[in-house]
Structure formats: C-alpha cells, structure tokens
Design a protein around this ligand. Structure first.
Ligand SMILES: [Zn+2]
Length: 194
C-alpha cells in the first residue's frame, strides 16, 4: 500500500569527551540490536600487514596511531579508514555498551546492553599490551585502567602499573634520608692513624 518506511538511523556522530569525535545513540537501543556495520575496503592479510606497519610508523611520527583494520576471516581484513565508515568513530571504553561481531562476512556493532538515547557507543578495541602506554584511555568509567587494553589482559596492566608505582615509592623513600654527611665515615680512619 505505502512505501516502506526507511529504518530510523540509531546514531549520530558528534564531539566526544573520550576522544575527538564519537558515535551517540539517537534512540533507545535494546540489547542485541545491530546498530551499524563496520564497513570498509576488503583487503588481503598481506596488504593488511603492510598498511598496519605503515600507519604505525606514521603514528609514531605524528601521534595519530589509529589503525582501523578489522579481521574479517582467515584470508581477508577490512580497512575501515574510509569516509563512509561511521563505525570508525566509535571510541574504546573499559566498560563498553556494544561489541563488534563478525556475522556472515559482515562486521556489526551490536548493543551488549540496553542503551538510552544520547549515550556514547563504545566497544573494547581488543588491543594487546604492545606499547599500551602510548594508548591512554579516557573513557571515565569506574573500572577504567587508564589505557586501551583488552579486558582479559587488564589484570596484567594493573600489576605492571602497581609494580611501577611501588618502585617509584621505594625510590622516593630511599632518596629521603640523605642528611647523614659522608665526611664522618671518611674521618674515622684518619683519626685512628693520628
Ligand atoms: Zn577506560
């Protein structure tokens, strides 16, 4: 009878407190909803490795270390660094409300809980611990560890940071009782000679 209604877009891109731009819900999104697809250029693993290396190097020079490459299957990856890929603006969070899942050759961003209108969408970027100190996290969630590292490795990051903190405290404590002048020790054998 009537033309089918175009499905309402569930998100918009706007500036984010976490990092530059982010993706925000524009409606109530029930848990399990496919919110948007992570789209991009389909590339082979070899090409993917080449681009990742190239961008890492560039990132080291100008500080923009984002790679945007997603694993599609054993042979292909998706390079999401294209203007039509809105999902590339989704930020990482230590307490995300969505996840990226590969379904029949498509990568979907799916709500992992009910999302209220206006919430920023986020997922776990899944980074390992390689140079994690270069990837600070500003997600602001209660469980934020301060760095973008995937969930199952965060205990190791915490351990590492605690060790670092303890070492710093020890160093500070060791640096304190400096007052004892060294001359006293040197003076002793001289006194014995005389
Ligand atoms: Zn965080």
């Amino acid at each position: 009878m009537s033309t089918r209604k175009k499905p309402k877009k569930l998100y918009k891109i706007q500036s984010s407190d976490i990092h530059k731009r982010g993706v925000f819900s524009t409606a109530f999104i029930p848990k399990g909803t496919k919110i948007l697809e992570y789209v991009g250029e389909k590339i082979t693993k070899a090409e993917s490795d080449r681009r990742a290396l190239e961008r890492e190097e560039k990132g080291r020079k100008n500080g923009s270390g984002l790679v945007y490459i997603f694993e599609l299957n054993q042979r292909y990856d998706i390079d999401g660094n294209v203007s039509y890929n809105h999902a590339k603006y989704i930020n990482h969070s230590c307490e995300p409300n969505a996840e990226a899942e590969c379904i029949r050759g498509h990568i979907w961003i799916i709500a992992t809980r009910d999302i209220e209108p206006g919430e920023e969408l986020s997922y776990d970027y899944g980074y390992d611990m390689d140079e994690f100190l270069d990837h600070p996290c500003l997600c602001g969630s209660d469980s934020c560890i301060g760095y973008i590292v995937r969930k199952d490795l965060r205990w190791r990051v915490k351990k590492f940071l605690k060790k670092k903190e303890d070492a710093k405290k020890k160093e500070e404590a060791a640096a304190k009782p400096k007052e004892t002048p060294q001359e006293e020790v040197v003076a002793e054998p001289e006194a014995a000679l005389a």
